[in-house]
Design a protein around this ligand. Structure first.
Ligand SMILES: Nc1nc2c(c(=O)[nH]1)N[C@H]1C(S)=C(S)[C@@H](COP(=O)(O)OP(=O)(O)OC[C@H]3O[C@@H](n4cnc5c(=O)[nH]c(N)nc54)[C@H](O)[C@@H]3O)O[C@H]1N2
Ligand SMILES: Nc1nc2c(c(=O)[nH]1)N[C@H]1C(S)=C(S)[C@@H](COP(=O)(O)OP(=O)(O)OC[C@H]3O[C@@H](n4cnc5c(=O)[nH]c(N)nc54)[C@H](O)[C@@H]3O)O[C@H]1N2
Ligand code: SF4
Ligand SMILES: [Mo]
Length: 697
């Protein structure tokens, strides 16, 4: 008999939609958006529906796999966990604690059984070589939040439902469903904003979001820092700062403004390709708006000046009095606290990477340094690896080089559900049971939501006896690693207990019973200003002029504008509603229909190279080259080409039957690990210089 269950937070992206799942004898038969969910109100996207494919995927691993040459053999859980802990410990005994590295991918933050447990394993490993997808993503946001507000998760969010005027840079939420702004059904929310006010999208491409915006402002990739400096200059000309709200609670503001003295709107315009009149008009609009918010995402953080951009966004918000204000930008104060006592505030440059000297942030090193740390001999060289829910071969700079290096590791254990481009190099893969069998509270995305909500996922079905939960696997690895070192280890309690304890510390004092008896989740109301009360800087003030950002600004201002070599183009990325980073191309319902892997090129750039629309060409960068199918479109500016990342499946040993037939090559075979945002070390995957060449006829 079919049962309908409420799965209150879809784990597949930042929107955490409430789903209504129909299932029969453990098999999913239909998925709908939960109309009664007070936050997502029935929204669901093609990825959410593809949970059906994920559950039924014959390639999805359900048992530990040990590699035997080019083949794999299943092995029992206890033996697998013991072997993994012992082998990692053995590498560390022989070569030191830092010789084992960890890489944590994006899905970690979508599963409580990952995110709440992996830190214990990292403490157990005691290695400095900890990397994650955060340094190809949102580090600039966290770094600036830490530097200015004293906590990496005190991130002001655009109050999208109440703002009248919104400036959006480097984000395409209509395709991505929003990010660091959990706002399910974002397209509808933006359409309403356009009706009541204005949405201005700054993007080198006429993105799906730019298409529904009030105005699209095309910009030269990687130059937003100049656009934002120009905007600040024009604002200062428009009128005085409206900082009464922050009186006595902010410092360094005059110093920060003074550091931008002498930047003219005309000079800024020259650097970013946005006309000076447009910058001046937008500044006046921003200054005049009753409630304004500014939002920058992936396209803004994964570029060479990502941290300065995030810092300037905060200053603009503060200058106009829109920081920590309803309808402006304000952090969420979630039911499960991510800030405050007992949480990790963050820190910077306590140590640096061995080879290049890149600074740590919050105890992690930038993933742009991972390959060189494996390749470079000497004390501290990486020889062992633990990955959890990550596919760095397709997702991080110079993926092809990493691919080759992974093959030479002494020992590699992956917690993952597929044998993919990265995990094929593992000696052992430990696949966690489906999230549908687990308790889950989305600690991270409820903290980044534009409305205060609380939802608990409860198991839809019990785990099979042959399955292990994510948290059991991590506990098991900790235990066996500790045992191999003759240390004691106390296992962390199950998620139910951990979630209940964390909620009890929160401002709403929610209990599991309250959440379990709310099939559609709990609505706790709109965001309210809390930033000033929650500041965690040592001074207790908003720090407007963090020294390392001031240094980066001085360096930027001293840098000359560089002319691109003839024929050079700048490569940027894009997302599509039917893809999810690098890992959902095995889902038939996401890959059916027309291909979506093409390189978008402006028609004039194709003509200049004698390349016909729809043909195959070579795309080359300083680190590699790939073949691409070109697609002419005026959606991209001349000089800009656009390719989605996360393609390029197949290759020897990959066990993804459907994905391996999906066309497309990997964007990150072109990205250069040396191109990083200075203050954070975040990989600047956007704005990669490339050459497009005709293949020999
Ligand atoms: N060029 C370019 N590069 C990019 C980006 C870009 O826009 N352009 N985007 C960047 C961004 S924002 C991100 S977040 C990163 C993502 O980088 P990664 O996190 O490294 O890559 P994903 O593609 O998300 O791969 C997720 C992995 O988790 C596995 N997995 C899925 N579900 C589960 C689960 O429940 N448990 C476990 N243990 N494993 C699971 C999948 O099989 C896959 O191996 O990529 C970044 N790289
Ligand atoms: N369907 C789908 N949804 C997803 C994901 C997915 O892979 N597929 N991934 C999820 C993840 S992990 C994340 S982090 C979020 C990311 O979500 P978003 O931050 O919205 O990221 P993108 O959709 O890649 O949009 C980035 C935009 O930045 C633009 N851009 C590139 N370079 C520049 C530049 O130099 N300046 C400016 N101003 N713009 C630039 C690009 O043209 C693009 O429109 O999406 C999440 N949601
Ligand atoms: S928008 Fe995100 S959270 Fe909502 S159904 Fe799609 S993948 Fe799931
Ligand atoms: Mo991401």
């Amino acid at each position: 008999m079919a049962t309908v269950s409420h799965f209150r937070a879809c784990p597949l992206c930042e929107a955490i939609c409430g789903l209504e799942i129909t299932h029969e004898a453990g098999r999913l038969t239909a998925i709908r958006g939960d109309k009664a969910d007070p936050f997502s109100r029935g929204h669901v996207c093609p990825k959410g529906n593809a949970l059906i494919d994920l559950e039924a995927d014959p390639d999805r691993l359900r048992q530990p796999l040990r590699r035997r040459g080019s083949d794999w053999e299943e092995m029992p859980w206890d033996e697998a966990l013991q072997e993994a802990g012992e082998r990692l410990a053995a590498v560390q005994r022989a070569h030191g604690a830092d010789s084992v590295a960890a890489y944590l991918g994006n899905p970690n933050v979508h599963h409580f059984g990952h995110s709440a447990y992996v830190p214990a394993l990292l403490r157990q490993l005691r290695t400095r070589n900890v990397y994650s997808a955060s340094s190809v993503d949102q580090w600039p946001h966290q770094l600036v939040a830490w530097a200015m507000y004293g906590h990496q998760f005190l991130i002001p969010l655009p109050d999208v439902d109440r703002t009248d005027w919104m400036l959006m840079l480097g984000a395409n939420p209509v395709a991505s469903n929003g990010s660091l702004m959990t706002a399910p059904g974002i397209a509808r929310r933006l359409e309403q904003l356009v009706k009541r006010g204005r949405l201005v999208v700054v993007d080198p491409r006429l993105s799906e979001t730019a298409q529904i915006a009030s105005e699209h402002v095309p910009i030269q990739p990687g130059t937003d820092v100049w656009f934002l400096l120009g905007l600040l200059t024009a604002l200062r000309q428009a009128g005085p700062a409206r900082t009464a709200l922050y009186e006595g609670r902010f410092s360094g503001f005059e110093q920060a403004l003074a550091a931008t003295d002498g930047v003219t709107v005309v000079a800024a315009a020259g650097r970013c390709g946005v006309p000076a009149e447009v910058i001046e008009r937008l500044a006046l609009e921003l200054y005049a708006a009753r409630r304004a918010s500014i939002y920058g995402r992936m396209g803004l953080s994964t570029q060479e000046h990502g941290s300065l951009c995030q810092w300037l966004l905060q200053l603009l918000s503060l200058y106009t009095g829109n920081l920590d204000r309803e309808g402006g930008s304000l952090p969420c104060e979630p039911a499960l606290p991510m800030t405050g006592p007992g949480t990790a505030r963050g820190h910077r440059a306590r140590f640096s990477s061995r080879v290049r000297g890149l600074p740590e942030f919050a105890g992690e090193l930038p993933v742009a340094a991972l390959a060189e740390e494996i390749a470079t001999p000497g004390a501290g060289q990486i020889r062992g690896l633990f990955t959890c829910a990550g596919n760095p071969v397709l997702s991080t700079p110079a993926g092809a080089r990493l691919d080759a290096l992974l093959a030479g590791l002494d020992y590699y254990v992956a917690v993952d559900i597929y044998v993919n481009e990265t995990t094929r190099h593992a000696h052992l893969i430990l696949p966690p049971a489906s999230p549908l069998t687990q308790f889950h509270y989305d600690a991270v995305f409820n903290a980044l939501a534009v409305r205060r909500v609380a939802r608990l996922n409860t198991p839809l079905r019990p785990m099979a006896v042959t399955e292990r939960a994510d948290w059991q696997i991590i506990n098991g690895l900790c235990a066996s690693h500790a045992a191999a070192q003759g240390q004691a280890f106390t296992a962390l309690a199950e998620p139910r207990v951990m979630i209940a304890a964390a909620l009890a510390r929160g401002p709403d004092r929610l209990s599991m019973e309250m959440l379990e008896s709310a099939p559609h989740g709990l609505d706790l109301g709109p965001l309210v200003p809390s930033l000033l009360r929650r500041l965690q800087t040592d001074s207790g003030q908003i720090e407007c002029a963090p020294s390392f950002l001031m240094a980066a600004l001085a360096q930027l201002r001293a840098s000359p504008a560089i002319d691109a070599p003839d024929g050079e183009l700048l490569l940027i990325g894009r997302r599509h509603v039917r893809s999810n980073n690098s890992w959902m191309h095995n889902a038939p319902r996401l890959v059916k229909g027309k291909p979506r892997h093409q390189l978008e090129v402006h028609p004039s750039d194709l003509v200049a190279r004698c390349i016909a629309d729809g043909t195959r060409a070579r795309l080359r960068s300083s680190v590699g080259s790939i073949e691409v199918d070109v697609q002419a479109t005026e959606a991209v500016r001349p000089g800009v080409v656009c390719l989605p990342h996360g393609y390029g499946h197949g290759g020897a040993g990959v066990r993804l039957a459907r994905a391996s037939r999906v066309e497309g090559a990997s964007y990150n075979d072109l990205t250069d690990p040396l191109r990083v945002d200075g203050p954070s070390g975040t990989a600047a995957v956007n704005g990669t210089p490339v050459f497009l060449e005709r293949l020999q006829p």
